[in-house]
Design a protein around this ligand. Sequence first.
Ligand code: B12
Ligand code: SF4
Length: 352
Amino acid sequence: MSPRLPGRLAGHPSVQAVLARRRAGADAGPPALIDAVWLRDVCLAAGADDVAAVRLDHADLAGEREHVLAALPGTRTLIAMVFRMNRDNCRSPARSVANQEFHQTDEQANHAARRVTQKLQDAGYRALNPSVGFPQEMDRFPGRIWVVAHKTVAVAAGLGVMGLHRNVIHPRFGSFVLLATVLVNAEVSAYGRALDYNPCIDCKLCVAACPVGAIRKTGEFDALACATHNYREFMSGFTDWAQTVADSEDAADYRSRVTDSESASMWQSLASPPGYKSGYCLAVCPAGEDVLGPYLDDRKTFMDTVLRPLQDKKETLYVLPGSQAQEYARRRFPHKPVKEVTGGWRPPAGST
Ligand code: B12
Ligand code: SF4
């Protein structure tokens, strides 16, 4: 049935074209249910390495619901996808190599999620793909800057489980995956089921690899220690650097506070995608069926060739003064210079 429209609107060429298409049956609207096999093919063709859908009303997604609905009102299903990273690139002590791998995969995942969204849109659904990594909602910083927590969605969809290092471990690809989520306003004919085991083998290599002790044997994760070091050239570290520039009396004073290589590195992070300082927890993880073999065959060689080069690397570690991370870094990695930074966090009201 045609909608009742005011005369001026009814006579508009675009309106007439839409109504003519409807009369011809070309615009019948999408099927109520998205076919799971079709959806999987679309995601794999777009570049995903694995995919599973989960209902937005899944109990484990209660904390995501309001954020998802704010991003796309009417969302019924979340489509979780994983994208493999090349392992030895991630493991390289050369930060340029590892960072390139992270950023290329990030880009691939964003492209694929966008393509899936486009296919769903063309099929007549409302769909949206939040950013895989950055950019994020910086007006909310230091609050929740992400639109959707991809880890939470991927775990609920059954694509993996978080390991000791708090990254999602895929049963085959292990920790070497980035995640993306597509929101859609329809149900899918089949949903994923949570894994009934954790691919993490509790080897604790991630604990040994993290240079600032952010991953504890007990399972606690010190997100602030991680962000202060690993994200030195992202939002908070950048703010601290900008404050250092503002506080410096002249070029000589600035140079006494910031080394030439730190200035060059900050420039590189501003000119290219920003560089992670670490990510070693993910790099050393032997979990996952495609990854585990060499670790099972010869654990010593695995540690000598994967863990040790990262532990031995001479590099500056960034810590908050008086933090556990500072004590840990000095004790466990005496060959790595430890530098106190503020992390760029705003001082409490009343302090100068
Ligand atoms: C915030 C964030 C971070 C923070 C906090 C990490 C964390 N464990 O949540 C920091 C800056 C430390 C970080 C670091 C890294 N991240 Co990150 N990060 C995210 C982000 C934006 C949201 C994470 C999230 O869902 N948190 C909520 C719940 C699920 O996490 P949680 O572990 O249960 O809870 C902890 C944190 O949320 C933290 N927290 C709570 N509120 C806040 C607020 C702020 C500002 C901070 C810093 C932390 C924080 O405290 C909780 C208790 O420990 C996602 C992208 C996205 N949109 O989902 C990527 C994501 C989780 N990151 C990812 C990666 C790859 C990394 C790094 C390896 C980057 C690198 N190359 O070095 C490191 C690994 C550090 C680690 N061991 O976790 C991948 C993980 C892929 C996977 N296989 O699981 C994601 C999914 C990006 C992606 N699309 O693939 N990350
Ligand atoms: S490195 Fe070992 S302990 Fe850490 S997440 Fe991977 S399998 Fe689990």
